[in-house]
Write a protein that binds this ligand. Structure first.
Ligand code: OGA
Ligand code: NI
Length: 352
């Protein structure tokens, strides 16, 4: 393993404060080349399918077979899909959205009670700044481990709104079976034993939640909400904003807008499932753009294998035609952050 990463530079103001300050965008947030960020409604929409999770798990039905084929092709082509019929009620998802919105509307002093400490990664804050050259993302967030319960750092969990902790706990409980089913379906869609990926994730696989707040931005032509990246998770479950679009995925060098589908969860492959599937499923590059009119909110949950688990391509996916493409690795997030800070694509660290 290389040197430990340098400590992050002190973060600046929250984005929310910046806009209160008068509406011009500080240089550190702006890309020089306006082709980088541009919010462009003429970009094509993805044709990512909506997959019925209820059907996926219906054993011995022929519709399950069809749904698995759809899943496999979506993950090989886009690396993501919209999950519908996931079993979490729309009123509960609305509640999550409202609580996120209410948290960011709290006074600064209240939010700062759960601020990220200088060396920590969890808590409330803005983009972590690693170098003077880095263009900063137009995004404030709360980043916390929500499951397993004994890994929670409650000292950086918001205490307000009052129901925040209880509802997030409930979400982590509701999400666990959804995630387990997705891991099983992914394995089945590749004709693997159904627990093949789930065992790598582990019963105590970790869920990191990231509550994203993207305030409206006076220069969406120059500023990104989140810079292009692929996730370091195994899979990521995103609850997108109900109304405001902004997430985009890249395919063959072209950006595509993700349409908003009410009450669907957007699930994308992260680097670790790309590794487990020996590259059949792609961990897609994605980004969030900004817009001048409306604030945008999202909640991403990064599902990451237990730290001690060694992960690697399933044996059945390695043969003469398809040689092993990735090394075995433990605690991938560590490698991920190290590479990410250097501006390199983390998955290159484990490619053979
Ligand atoms: C992320 C992410 C998407 C969004 O947090 O890694 O890609 O729409 N979020 O906020
Ligand atoms: Ni992401």
């Amino acid at each position: 393993m290389a040197q430990p990463p340098p400590p992050p530079l002190p973060s600046s103001q929250s984005v929310q404060e910046l806009i209160l300050d008068g509406g011009t965008v500080p240089e550190r947030y702006a890309y020089k080349d306006d082709k980088t960020a541009s919010f462009d409604e003429s970009l094509p929409l993805t044709d990512v399918p909506a997959i019925d999770l209820g059907l996926l798990t219906a054993s011995s039905s022929s519709s399950a077979g069809e749904e698995l084929i759809k899943l496999r092709s979506a993950l090989a082509c886009w690396g993501c899909f919209h999950a519908i019929n996931h079993g979490i009620s729309c009123s509960f998802l609305d509640q999550l959205h409202e609580l996120t919105k209410q948290f960011f509307a709290l006074p600064k002093e209240e939010k700062e009670k759960c601020a990220r400490v200088p060396d920590g990664i969890e808590g409330y804050g803005n983009d972590v700044v690693f170098s003077e050259q880095q263009v900063i993302d137009w995004n404030d967030r709360v980043y916390i481990i929500i499951s397993p319960e004994d890994k929670r750092k409650l000292e950086v969990w918001p205490e307000k709104p009052e129901t925040f902790r209880e509802v997030i706990h409930e979400y982590s409980v509701k999400l666990r079976p959804v995630i387990n089913n997705v891991f099983k379906a992914m394995a089945l869609s590749l004709n693997l034993e159904e627990n093949c990926f789930l065992n790598q994730f582990g019963e105590r696989g970790v869920m990191f939640a990231r509550f994203n707040y993207y305030p409206r931005c006076p220069r969406p032509d120059l500023v990104l909400g989140l810079k292009p990246h692929a996730d370091g998770s195994a899979i990521t479950v995103v609850l997108p904003d109900r109304e405001v679009e902004g997430l985009q995925f890249q395919r063959d060098g072209q950006w595509f807008r993700v349409p908003t589908i009410p009450n669907a969860l957007l699930i994308n492959v992260g680097d670790q499932v790309e590794i487990m599937s020996n590259g059949i499923f792609k961990s897609p590059m994605h980004r969030a753009v900004t817009n001048a009119e409306r604030d945008r909110i999202s909640l991403a949950v990064f599902c990451t294998p237990e730290e001690e688990n060694e992960i690697g391509p399933a044996d059945e996916l390695i043969n003469e035609e398809m040689p092993r493409l990735y090394k075995q690795i433990r605690n991938y997030p560590e490698t991920y952050f190290e590479y990410y800070q250097l501006g390199k694509r983390p998955i290159d660290a484990v490619k053979i």
